[in-house]
Every structure is written in structure tokens, then in C-alpha cells.
Design a protein around this ligand. Structure first.
Ligand code: G16
Length: 544
């Protein structure tokens, strides 16, 4: 194996965001761009010679080409084995599981998640560490720092690897194994949930379902698990073929983008249960006949019912949510007397808590829920969790949600996104908010009195690391909150996210439309941040 050193020059923009490096495909196609970033990762890691690297992606445009480039760089850098999903495919949760199961050194996952794909759209790459989870901030900071001074990367001259046939081949000291991307993951799901009960509930017609794979990675996983293993009719999985451009759509599981599913679920022929997942299979949207379950409520309901699922029957050690996620799960934790942790946005912040067993379940408002079974959020796991719940409780999704609200109260919640805002304007909005923080406490706005106003700073209770500037919070004396933060996953300009919530204990007032119930707070959010005024927009681009 002849190692070549290729001279390169640094790119200034390789600072990973909330979840890896995400850019337009054209940016990644620049000479040496992907190569630099991968070499920067390897240069920042230690002691991997002869060890195993997991490699796969969501199948979007540039996935296959990127995998061939990475294989050669990994070979030149001394990895001993590459485990690659057949066709270059691996969902993010499956990659996390495979890293853990085969005790790999780490993995590279190629995805820009829910962002659109295609030659003019987005691509992404992230490194996951040996626990199967996203690299922590100290690692991503090291990757970025290395990328700023890199002047050469290592590669080898070799023919492209056949990604489509299962099996192993030897290139010098490197073993390359093409693995079935689904089977290990399907086996894991079978070990967590009550598959015989699910099979029976589906075959008896008690549960009917519709899963929208959005032409992204979960198609093959959903077909194997829901159709082949659990016996759901083939037409229960729609848009199941992974496509390089996701059929021209955003593979983003929300009511706006998963509209085909949404139309059915709110029609008079809706099945019992409907769900969708995103580009790389880690997000989930849960719906029932005539009802959409917010991700924050979904997390709380899962926590409240976890003992009905075989893998969690002994109860939960604790739960966690990202800061902007609603406080619904906090109420469940308080009533079960288990700890509830509040972390910054980004799945990587759950890793330590899961590793030391402080939490069993965790989730985010951004359509992510997961548990200690892997170190990523997991779309199909959430789907199976809900199916198992429906089968055990013998209740509709709507009844499960309404009963939960009656018992714990409802945290009425919404998120407004202003996308592709010019970066200087977005930064000025944040500065404007920051400037108000000292004077907001005590101020009264209608029925809302500000209790606290701050910028969220997180101290990891396991390793003591501190993450500052994780979003601006304005909390009110009645428990309501408005949170402002800039997204770390966009590729154009800046996305301002505004998260709004209000607690409603009165069951006669819990069935209100969220936008209506939160109208006063939405208005107040504009008063505080002036996003409409400063951008000239009339409203948010996306409301979830
Ligand atoms: C990623 C992260 C999540 C985060 C989400 C939104 O999800 O893994 O932890 O909540 O981005 O982040 P932001 O608000 O910064 O855009 P995914 O599904 O895009 O990988």
C-alpha cells in the first residue's frame, strides 16, 4: 500500500455546528475540502492504528463519492478495518449501534440530516466517538483548529471499492467489510420492544399505520422491521426508496414537509398511527388519527409510560431534555421522583449522562427522542415505542395524549423559525436581546411578569466542561418561557429559532390551538427581538 501525501491549503469555514460540518455540496466538492476535514479529524485523534472505523451515510447526492475518498484516506492513516453499510448507507442510529456493537474506534456519518439533498443542496459529515455518540465539543473544536493549518492529507492510490456486495476484502493491512445496514439495528429493536404483541396488534387490525420514509434512509429499515418482521402491509411504508435528492423535498418530518402523511392523518380514513423520519433516520414525527404529537409531549409521554416497554420495565434512572424543549418531561420526572437534566441543544450533550447511567431517556423539541440503547436520537425506535404503547394501553394516540395532559397538565408549545436571515441582522437581534437581559426581570407584560432573563450556560455534571451562550431565555413567574437561539445546522445565512411555551393545568382549556393559546407570548417575543421589524418579514418560515 503506497501512501501519498497530497499538498493542500486550509479552508477557513470548517467549524462544525450543532451536528457536524454541513455545507452545500458544491462547497464539499472543492479540491481538498472533504479530504482536509477528514484528515483534520484523523490528525486530532490518537491511537487508532489497526482499529475499526464505521462508515456510511444517508444516501444523499455525493454520498458514494465521499465514501470512496474517505476509504482511501482512512487506509492511508492506518485504520485496520472499515465497516461500511451496503450501498454506502447507514442511518445515524444504526451507525451508532454498529460502533457500539463491534467496539469500533469511531465512525464517520455522512448526512445533512433533514436538509434537502441534490447537486445544488446540502451535504454533511460528522465524527462519532467510541460510545457511538457525536464527538463532544472539545473534539470538534480540535478538528476545526487542525483544519485551519492543515497543509497535506494522506491517501492511497487504489481502485474504488464495490459498495454494493456484502463481504470483506483486504487492501494491504486494511480489511474492508461491506455490511447489511439494517440487520444489526433490526435485532436491537427486537430486543427492546414486544415484537410478538406488535405483530398480533397489527395482524388483528387493532393497529393500522402509515410511515413516511420521505425518500430517505429509513425506507429499507422500515420495510424490514414494520413490513417483514411485524407484518404491516407493504403500503404502510410510503416514499420508501432512498433517493439522492429525496425526491426534491426536504426530508424533514414535520407537518409542513411530511404533507402526504399529514393529509392522510387528518382525513376521515386516517390509520391509528402515522409517523415520519428524516434524511438520516434520527428524527421522528408522531401523529395519530386527527392529532399531531409535539416532540416535547412525545418525550414526556414516553417517560410517563416507559415501564410498559420491555427494555424499560424496571423504570428510568433519569431523563433529560435540551433547554428549548418544553418542560412537560420535567413534570413527569418530578412526579416519578427521578432526576431531570437540562442540556444545550445538540445530542452530543446527552452522551455523558447516558454513559454513566444518570439518564435512560432523553429528547429534544427538534423531533428527536432516544434512550440508552444507542448514543443518537432514533426515529424508528420512537415509532416502535409508540406502537408498543398503543398496543399495551389499547388506546388511540389522541386518548393517550389527552389523558397525559389531564394528569400532568399541558405545556402548550410552538417554535417559530426565521430561516436564511442575513447573518449581520441575526447577530444584531441577538445583541439586542442580550442588551435587555439585565433590565427584564420584574418587568410586567400583560399577564406575564419576567422572573428571569439570561443566556443559558451548561456545566456537564460528569466531566465538568462548560458550554456558554447556548440560547437566550426569558422565564415568567407563571412558568411560561420564551427562548431565542440561532440554529447551528443551517447552510445559508442564519436561522433564528423562537421557542414559546405556556403551562395550562385546566383540562377544560387544554384543547386550544397552540398558536392561538400562545398569541400573547408570540407578540411579546416580537416586541423583545424585533425579528419582523428588522428583516421586513411578515412571519416565520416554519412553525412547528
Ligand atoms: C441536530 C442535532 C440536534 C439538534 C438539531 C437542531 O439534529 O443532532 O441535537 O436539536 O440539530 O439544531 P439547531 O437548532 O442548532 O438547528 P439533526 O437531526 O439535524 O442532526
Amino acid at each position: 500500500m503506497h501512501i501519498e501525501m497530497i499538498t493542500t491549503h486550509p479552508y477557513q469555514d470548517q467549524n462544525p455546528g450543532t451536528s457536524g460540518l454541513r455545507k452545500k455540496v458544491k462547497v464539499f466538492q472543492q479540491p481538498g475540502y472533504l479530504e482536509n476535514f477528514v484528515q483534520s479529524i484523523f490528525d486530532s485523534l490518537e491511537d487508532f492504528t489497526g482499529k475499526t472505523l464505521v462508515l456510511g451515510g444517508d444516501g444523499r447526492y455525493f454520498n458514494r463519492a465521499a465514501i470512496q475518498i474517505i476509504i482511501k484516506i482512512a487506509a492511508a492513516n492506518g485504520f485496520g478495518e472499515l465497516l461500511i453499510g451496503q450501498g454506502g448507507l447507514l442511518s445515524t442510529p444504526a451507525a451508532s449501534h454498529i460502533i457500539r456493537k463491534y467496539q469500533a474506534f469511531g465512525g464517520l456519518i455522512l448526512s445533512a440530516s433533514h436538509n434537502p439533498g441534490g447537486s445544488e443542496e446540502d451535504f454533511g459529515i460528522k465524527y462519532n466517538v467510541g460510545n457511538g455518540g457525536p464527538a463532544p465539543e472539545k473534539d470538534t473544536a480540535a478538528f476545526y483548529q487542525r483544519s485551519q493549518s492543515i497543509n497535506a492529507y494522506k491517501t492511497i492510490a487504489m481502485a474504488d471499492v464495490d459498495l454494493d456486495n456484502l463481504g470483506s476484502q483486504q487492501i494491504g493491512d486494511l480489511t474492508i467489510t461491506i455490511i447489511d445496514p439494517v440487520s444489526d439495528y433490526a435485532e436491537l429493536m427486537q430486543s427492546i420492544f414486544d415484537f410478538p404483541l406488535l405483530k398480533q396488534s397489527i395482524s388483528s387490525g387493532y393497529i393500522t399505520l402509515l410511515f413516511d420514509a420521505m425518500h430517505a434512509i429509513t425506507g429499507p429499515y422500515a420495510r424490514r422491521i414494520l413490513v417483514d418482521m411485524l407484518g404491516a402491509p407493504a403500503e404502510s411504508v410510503i416514499n420508501a426508496e432512498p433517493l439522492e435528492d429525496f425526491g426534491g423535498h426536504h426530508p424533514d418530518p414535520n407537518l409542513a414537509h411530511a404533507h402526504e402523511l399529514a393529509e392522510v392523518m387528518f382525513s376521515d380514513h386516517a390509520p391509528t398511527f402515522g409517523a415520519a423520519s428524516d434524511g438520516d433516520g434520527d428524527r421522528n414525527m408522531i401523529t395519530g388519527s386527527q392529532i399531531f404529537v409535539t416532540p416535547s409531549d412525545s418525550l414526556a409521554i414516553m417517560a410517563a409510560n416507559a415501564q410498559l416497554i420491555p427494555a424499560y420495565s424496571a423504570g428510568l434512572s433519569g431523563v433529560a431534555r435540551s433547554m428549548p424543549t418544553s418542560q412537560a418531561v420535567d413534570r413527569v420526572a418530578a412526579s416519578y421522583n427521578i432526576p431531570c437534566y437540562e442540556t444545550p441543544t445538540g445530542w452530543k450533550f446527552f452522551g455523558n449522562l447516558l454513559d454513566v447511567g444518570k439518564i435512560t431517556l432523553c429528547g429534544e423539541e427538534s423531533f428527536g427522542t432516544g434512550s440508552n440503547h444507542v448514543r443518537e436520537k432514533d426515529g424508528l425506535w420512537a415509532v416502535l415505542f409508540w406502537l408498543n404503547l398503543i398496543a399495551r394501553r389499547r388506546q388511540s394516540v389522541a386518548d393517550i395524549v389527552h389523558e397525559h395532559w389531564q394528569k400532568f397538565g399541558r405545556d402548550i408549545y410552538c417554535r417559530h423559525d426565521y430561516e436564511a436571515v442575513e447573518t449581520p441582522i441575526a447577530n444584531a437581534i441577538v445583541e439586542h436581546l442580550r442588551a435587555q437581559l439585565p433590565t427584564l426581570p420584574g418587568q410586567v407584560f400583560g399577564e406575564y411578569t419576567v422572573k428571569f432573563a439570561d443566556e443559558f450556560c451548561y456545566k456537564d455534571s460528569v466531566d465538568g466542561s462548560i458550554s456558554r451562550n447556548q440560547g437566550i431565555r426569558v422565564g415568567f413567574t407563571n412558568g411560561s418561557r420564551i427562548v431565542f437561539r440561532l440554529s447551528g445546522t443551517g447552510t445559508v445565512g442564519a436561522t433564528l429559532r423562537i421557542y414559546i411555551e405556556r403551562f395550562e393545568p385546566d383540562s377544560s382549556r387544554q384543547n386550544q390551538d397552540a398558536q392561538v393559546a400562545l398569541a400573547e407570548l408570540i407578540e411579546l417575543a416580537e416586541q423583545l427581538c424585533e425579528v419582523k421589524k428588522r428583516t421586513g418579514r411578515v412571519g416565520p418560515d416554519v412553525m412547528t
